[in-house]
Design a protein around this ligand. Structure first.
Ligand code: FCB
Length: 442
């Protein structure tokens, strides 16, 4: 496949992830993941729910692909569930689990939708967690073996691979705040997990590229961090928070070093790791939801206070901030020397959606998508190399610790019947994509 260039057609897509939509957790030999276990622990998930049925996408994928075809997207970002392919995390490939992705990819290609696969969207095989999970280097090696198996089996049709989704969340929300699986609360564990995740990324990237001419990148959740005032101490706080949220992964990937924000906390780096991690990416995936505003504080790990959103906020209380995305894209253009295409791999919002008379009207989400897509187009005009935009999410789904209490879809899912109802944001995005295609064709 020729390397993408700045003139390649822009992809408009939608995104999902395996545990959030598939359900069918016991089917065709899938092994348990850390999220199956985490959901069973009382108090972990706001509504006590889990992903065992979710959107039943495992069975209903033909209908979901038809919705995407109708929408007019040219790309779909989904994730492959590691425990479907390797129920024990490593060892013998489970062909029945793999067959699901075979079917899905065929259906996508048939609908002229380019598959963008994420290899790890947080559903670590439980068997690996029981041996230490991301605190062990072996997990990174197992991840590379799994990645090689995916590319080996699907690489004739699958060309786009993201190794990890939001390793910052896996490391720090999974191991420091403990709000996500595996639910650990320990800084040294988080830092160790972060390094092993990055090592896993590097090894998996190598393994996938060894299988063919593939495009391999990583997906980071990034946010522009602004100081609450111009005071020097607030600016310094913003720099610390930026180093934590953005620099912790951008620095090793782009510059081969970690920010020095956690004092003596040891990072389990071995010789050669940082060289591998720093090898060039084919693309950088950016998940963007909100900006971050902080002031200095006397307490806390980063001695920073996060200010609540002002103005318009979504149901998550995240401030609607397209300028944060614009600033981020220009900054990343600079940091990557303009050499790596950026993909907005997730962007979207939760609102209180209601099904009324068979319809879901979601003007808040329409506005959110519109202003963020405008920001992307503005950043492109001002020089940022952006290759595509994926709305999060195709449909409402299992929103991790929030269970089913937050709806991010442009398609409403009635969980009792599994009926899909396209929201007004779906119709809006459909028109937007068609209009962009008309403009491109001129
Ligand atoms: C991101 C996750 C995605 C979804 C959105 C709302 O952090 O990657 O799975 O939960 O947030």
């Amino acid at each position: 496949m020729p390397a993408p260039n700045r003139n390649a057609p822009f992809h408009f897509g939608v995104a999902t992830s395996s545990y959030q939509i598939e359900g069918a957790v016991h089917q065709d030999g899938r092994g348990p993941s850390i999220w199956d276990r985490f959901c069973q622990e009382p108090g972990r998930i706001i509504d006590g729910s889990d992903g065992s049925v979710a959107c039943d996408h495992y069975h209903r994928y033909p209908e979901d692909v038809a919705l995407m075809r109708e929408l007019g997207v040219s790309a779909y970002r989904f994730s492959v569930a590691w425990p479907r392919l390797f129920p024990e995390g490593r060892g013998k490939l489970n062909r029945a689990g793999l067959a699901f992705y075979d079917r899905l990819i065929d259906a996508l290609l048939e609908a002229q939708i380019t598959p963008f696969a994420t290899l790890y969207h947080w559903d670590l095989p439980l068997a690996l967690q029981e041996r230490g999970g991301w605190l062990r280097r072996e997990t990174a090696l197992a991840f590379a073996d799994y990645a090689a198996a995916v590319a080996g089996a699907l690489g004739d049709r699958l060309r786009w691979y993201s190794t990890l989704n939001e390793p910052w969340v896996s490391a720090f929300v999974g191991h420091l705040t403990g709000e996500h699986a595996p639910g650990t609360q320990n800084l040294a564990a988080a830092v160790s997990a972060a390094h092993h995740l990055l090592l896993g990324h590097a090894l998996a990237k190598q393994a996938v590229k060894a299988q063919g001419d593939h495009q391999v990148g990583i997906v980071l959740n990034l946010s522009t961090v602004y100081p609450g005032t111009e005071r020097p101490e607030d600016q310094a706080a913003a720099q610390r928070v930026d180093a934590y949220h953005n620099g912790w992964f951008l620095d090793p990937l782009l510059r081969g070093s970690y920010p020095k924000i956690f004092g003596e906390t040891p990072i389990p780096i071995q010789d050669g790791d940082l060289e591998e991690i720093q090898k060039p990416l084919d693309f950088l995936g950016v998940n963007y939801y909100r900006k971050t505003v902080v002031t200095a504080s006397e307490s806390g790990l980063l001695r920073a206070r996060y200010l609540p959103g002002v103005g318009e906020v979504t149901q998550m209380n995240w401030e609607v901030s397209p300028e944060g995305l614009y600033d981020l894209l220009l900054r990343l253009g600079q940091e990557t020397g303009g050499k790596i295409p950026l993909y907005i791999t997730e962007n979207g919002a939760a609102y209180h959606d209601e099904l009324v008379g068979g319809r879901v009207d979601d003007p808040g989400r329409v506005h959110f998508l519109q202003v963020h897509l405008d920001a992307v187009q503005r950043a492109r005009r001002d020089g940022a190399w952006v290759g595509g935009y994926f709305a999060w999410s195709l449909m409402d789904n299992f929103e991790w610790a929030y269970g089913y209490s937050r709806r991010f879809g442009i398609v409403y899912v009635d969980y009792a019947t599994q009926k899909r109802v396209p929201k007004s944001s779906y119709a809006w995005y459909q028109r937007y994509i068609a209009e962009q295609r008309r403009l491109e064709a001129r």
